[in-house]
Ligand binder design. Structure first.
Ligand code: FES
Ligand code: FES
Length: 176
């Protein structure tokens, strides 16, 4: 990013859920999303990059928003759960609830972002891929264990979630 001239306040511009936003504040993305934009699906579990509840998708990758500054997001595209279509939100909600992968729900938005980042890049995730994708997301209710099961990805998630991609589920577990 070009260095601003002396005395000129830098303006950081990036896209959040398809809308261009600008700010003069160089602050962590997590409070910016929650407090400035009202995107409260992004949860603050630790503010230290340790729990993953603040996970958002930045240019296609799952990122912990509490460790990223607005000055480092210039020109990037950020997605939170609020930016998902209703249809996509519904199928993720169905998959999580049907498999018992949600209890208190505090970790769920971050888990969804981690899972979405996974399937966007890997339409054939195996168990190890899933475990790796959600390893930075802690769940005190142990719901994350359900996410790495065949049931979630075969019957509940793939069978219901993949239609929004307009393609057949191709995960290895689906064929069994
Ligand atoms: S709030 Fe960001 S990792 Fe915990
Ligand atoms: S469902 Fe409660 S922390 Fe994950």
């Amino acid at each position: 990013m070009p260095r601003p001239s002396k005395g000129v306040i830098p303006l950081y511009e990036f896209t959040v859920n398809g809308k261009v936003v600008q700010t003069e504040k160089d602050m962590k993305l997590l409070p910016f999303l929650r407090e400035e934009l009202g995107l409260t699906s992004v949860k603050n579990g630790c503010s230290q990059g340790a729990c993953g509840t603040c996970t958002v998708i930045v240019d296609g990758k799952a990122v912990k928003s509490c460790v990223l500054s607005t000055s480092k997001t210039v020109g990037k595209h950020i997605l939170t759960c609020e930016g998902l279509s209703k249809a996509e939100r519904d199928v993720w909600a169905y998959a999580f609830s049907k498999c018992g992968a949600v209890q208190c729900g505090f970790c769920t938005p971050g888990m969804i972002m981690a899972c979405k980042a996974l399937v966007e890049h890997n339409s054939r995730p195996g168990r190890e891929d899933v475990v790796k994708a959600i390893r930075g997301n802690l769940c005190r209710c142990t719901g994350y264990k359900k996410l790495s099961t065949e049931r979630f990805w075969r019957r509940e998630c793939c069978a219901s979630t993949f239609p929004y991609h307009r393609r057949k589920p191709t995960a290895p577990w689906v064929s069994g």
